[in-house]
Design a protein around this ligand. Structure first.
Ligand code: HSE
Length: 314
């Protein structure tokens, strides 16, 4: 809502897309929401899902309720924009097939790395190359916690701060146990590789102690939660785990809630993308870019085909 208010005029003039918010579905209608017209707020999902609009933006998270909303929106012929990595990682294949059959777009730039346009980079910018590997810091909460622990905070206090800043999932164990990063890695791997995932390991940062941070510092390193997918014989191998990263490594300079992705293309070589990976405004910027692309009905369909493999069994 904030971005539509601040960017709406520029977007209309530059892209010819007129943005109007038709309704906002919320859990708690009483909560203060500065800048939001109260008449648009509803707690009844059908008020929004069945509204006369072009695009449904799904930002509620989780798999079951969000999935039923997205299916209904697609069935009613609406384009859908989502930031929901859990949903795409669990049922992406089904949803993309459904969207393709219905002739609507299902866009998901905000589901991985917040403001960093890594989905577009893989779908468009690197479409002409074969990707060898992807490595990244994909969870802003873990990176924030690890950075604050370098400043001397304990794990619990650092996590509370990440939650207070709006970086963490509603269920923060998804962040700190590595599953959020694994879901994002699955989405990136599906975009990057035409191969099945053969093996996957996921470890979070719960076991990282103040001593481990101090030992890393003494060795000239920092600890980062690194997610990696790479080609191996017969498919793709994926891992999410805390790693010792030398201070000279670009990942060591990724601090706070920032994310980074290092993509290795056969022809392109190495490509490093980084930026704010969590938080409301960076996520909103990615959501809004997807909404704008939905406004371009002539091009969206072909580009969505690249993502149809999402949600394959691992
Ligand atoms: N909880 C997620 C993170 C939010 O910390 O990265 C952005 O996906």
């Amino acid at each position: 809502v904030q971005l539509v208010a601040s960017e709406g005029t520029r977007i209309r003039e530059r892209y010819g897309v007129e943005l109007e918010i038709a309704g906002v579905l919320v859990r708690d209608p009483v909560r203060e929401r500065p800048g939001v017209d109260r008449r648009l707020i509803t707690t009844c999902a059908l008020d929004v899902l069945d509204a006369d609009c072009d695009v449904i933006v799904e930002l509620i998270g989780g798999v079951h309720t969000a999935g039923s909303f997205v299916r209904r929106a697609i069935a009613r012929g609406r384009d859908v924009v989502t930031a929901n990595k859990a949903l795409l990682s669990a049922c992406g294949r089904e949803l993309f097939t459904m969207a393709e059959r219905a002739g609507v777009a299902l866009r998901f730039e905000a589901s991985v790395c917040g403001a960093v346009p890594v989905v577009r980079a893989l779908r468009h910018g690197l479409a002409g190359d074969s990707i060898e590997s992807i490595a990244g810091i994909l969870n802003g909460t873990c990176n924030y916690v690890l950075t604050r622990m370098e400043d001397g905070l304990d794990f619990a206090t650092a996590l509370s701060l990440a939650q207070a800043n709006g970086f963490a999932e509603a269920e923060a164990s998804l962040d700190v146990d590595g599953e959020d990063a694994a879901q994002k890695l699955r989405i990136l791997a599906d975009l990057a590789f035409d191969a099945p995932v053969r093996r996957a390991w996921v470890t979070g940062i719960r076991g990282i102690s103040a001593e481990a941070i101090a030992d890393a510092r003494a060795a000239g390193c920092v600890i980062r939660l690194v997610a990696e997918a790479r080609r191996v014989a017969g498919g793709i191998e994926m891992s999410v785990a805390p790693r010792l990263v030398p201070r000279s490594d670009p990942f060591a300079r990724v601090v706070d809630e920032q994310n980074a992705v290092l993509i290795r293309g056969r022809a392109s070589g190495e490509l490093l993308l980084s930026g704010r990976g969590a938080g409301s405004l960076p996520t909103a910027a990615a959501v809004l870019s997807d909404v704008l692309e939905c406004g371009d009905r002539s091009r969206h369909f072909a580009t969505d085909r690249a993502a149809v493999g999402l949600g394959a069994e691992v």
